[in-house]
Design a protein around this ligand. Structure first.
Ligand SMILES: [Ca+2]
Ligand SMILES: [Ca+2]
Ligand SMILES: [Ca+2]
Length: 266
């Protein structure tokens, strides 16, 4: 198998795939849909608002017409994963977490909806930081009584240096007992998003595949390269009655015939 060079470049170069930007709650995500979270699961505690599948379907992707809260439980910790992209610590905020709450003027924080966040720093999850969603002024597309709220996250706040990346975010969702069960979370998108660097193993596989396509001549191409065959297909070769007849026809019996030590790639 030989990977087309364009696909290989798309794997290695961020943004070369040409994704259309996506705008959510007044934020523009240059990497498009890819910028958003790709998986989510409950790692501890209890959340009765949605089941596991509901947690995942709510937090994956750019859709902000859905949300969940703790339900009647005491709360839990949800781990969100970015798979086809990673968050990178670039200039300013790197990640936006969206949640839904009652109508408020843009810029108004809603302390009833506080929750905790932590970002994997390469060796572990630093202590949770409590954050307060702020009204964006944009309405919930599915419920006109609600607005879109946002929390901006800078990876530098979690010890990740400029240019550093992370693919895991944990959310501590709990009832703040302020008249709302908890934050009503809906989506996470990376403002600064990169295609993850391929692992060493993937690079080795790519190298082997590319090497297979570029450096490993087929038996037919070798026959053509050395002038032993003028046809271009296996069919042409299959019509040959034998290598001796072929070489005799090409007048190459002798000096250019592969030596006894030559081995074909097969
Ligand atoms: Ca993604
Ligand atoms: Ca940053
Ligand atoms: Ca959602």
């Amino acid at each position: 198998m030989r990977l087309p060079m364009f696909i290989v470049l798309c794997l290695l170069v961020p943004g070369l795939g040409g994704a259309a930007p996506v705008s959510v709650g007044g934020y523009t995500f240059g990497a498009g849909e890819e910028a958003f979270a790709d998986d989510a699961s409950l790692v501890s505690g209890v959340i009765t608002g949605p089941d596991e599948a509901g947690i995942r379907s709510t937090l994956v992707g750019s859709d902000i017409s859905d949300s969940f809260n703790t339900g009647d439980s005491g709360g839990g910790i949800v781990e969100v994963e970015f798979i086809d992209n990673a968050i990178v610590n670039g200039p300013g905020p790197d990640l936006v977490i969206f949640e839904l709450s009652g109508d408020r003027p843009a810029g108004t924080p809603d302390p009833r909806e506080i929750f905790g966040i932590s970002v994997f720093d390469g060796s572990g999850f630093p202590a949770f930081v409590t954050v307060t969603p702020v009204a964006t002024g944009f309405p919930d597309p599915a419920d006109s009584t609600l607005d879109v709220f946002a929390v901006e996250v800078d990876l530098g706040s979690f010890g990740i240096p400029l240019g550093g990346t992370s693919s895991l975010v944990r959310l501590h969702i709990y009832n703040a007992n302020l008249g709302s069960k908890s934050a009503d979370l809906t989506a996470l998108g990376a403002l600064n998003s990169v295609v993850p660097e391929p692992s060493t193993g993937v690079l080795c596989c790519l190298g082997v595949l590319l090497g297979t396509g570029i450096r490993r001549p087929s038996r037919d191409s070798m026959w053509r390269r050395y002038g032993w065959i003028s046809g271009s297909s296996k069919g042409a070769r299959s019509r040959m009655v034998g290598r001796g007849a072929l070489l005799a026809r090409a007048g190459r019996v002798g000096s250019s015939e592969p030596s006894a030590g030559f081995s074909w790639n097969s």
